[in-house]
Design a protein around this ligand. Structure first.
Ligand code: PNS
Length: 167
């Protein structure tokens, strides 16, 4: 813990957030007080065709997290550890919903620690959000379902605009 005690904790909460869900926002709200500053970092992934462009995802999280004073939102490209070093971050924040998340998260956390000497702090997802994923939100929305109880209001409005046939 000496790493954390020596200077204020600056965290990075990385992800795709396509789109941000209530689960992401819950994790952000519970994670933010643990850090001096927490940066939500959205990966610019040129290999994946996103539902929402990065700029819109930044906007959606900024709106939904506007009550969190120490949270910033931006995008990054390349290796997370390089971005974290540029931002002067000393910890990463990730959520775990179920055992099925564990293996991939373990691999990422160990790789990031080996490559960048940076620790990952895990929070358990809120139990009422543990079934949520951006992938399922996209699928439901694409098939005309209502996602308004799964995502922040601003996100739901944008999803409705994209899929006007939504019930
Ligand atoms: O929301 P996601 O899709 O689970 O987030 C995954 C993310 C963006 C955190 C991860 O893919 C990532 O950090 N990508 C950046 C590239 C990188 O550093 N890869 C090696 C470490 S696993």
């Amino acid at each position: 813990m000496a790493l954390f005690a020596s200077r204020p904790l600056v965290g990075i909460y990385p992800g795709s957030f396509d789109p941000p869900t209530n689960g992401h926002l819950d994790l952000l709200s519970r994670g933010a007080p643990l850090f001096e500053r927490l940066v939500v970092a959205i990966l610019r992934n040129t290999q994946k065709e996103p539902l929402f462009p990065v700029e819109e995802r930044i906007q959606m999280i900024r709106e939904a997290a506007s009550h969190l004073q120490n949270v910033e939102v931006e995008s990054f490209e390349g290796l997370l550890v390089d971005y974290a070093a540029r931002r002067g971050a000393n910890a990463l924040l990730r959520g775990i919903r179920a055992v099925s998340d564990y293996e991939a998260e373990l691999q990422m956390a160990l790789l990031n620690r080996r490559m960048g000497g940076i620790e990952t702090i895990f929070l358990m997802a809120g139990e009422e959000f543990s079934f949520l994923s951006s992938r399922m939100i996209k699928e439901i929305a694409t098939l005309g379902g209502d996602v308004s109880s799964f995502v922040p209001a601003g996100v739901a409005a944008r999803v409705r605009k994209k899929f006007p046939a939504q019930r």
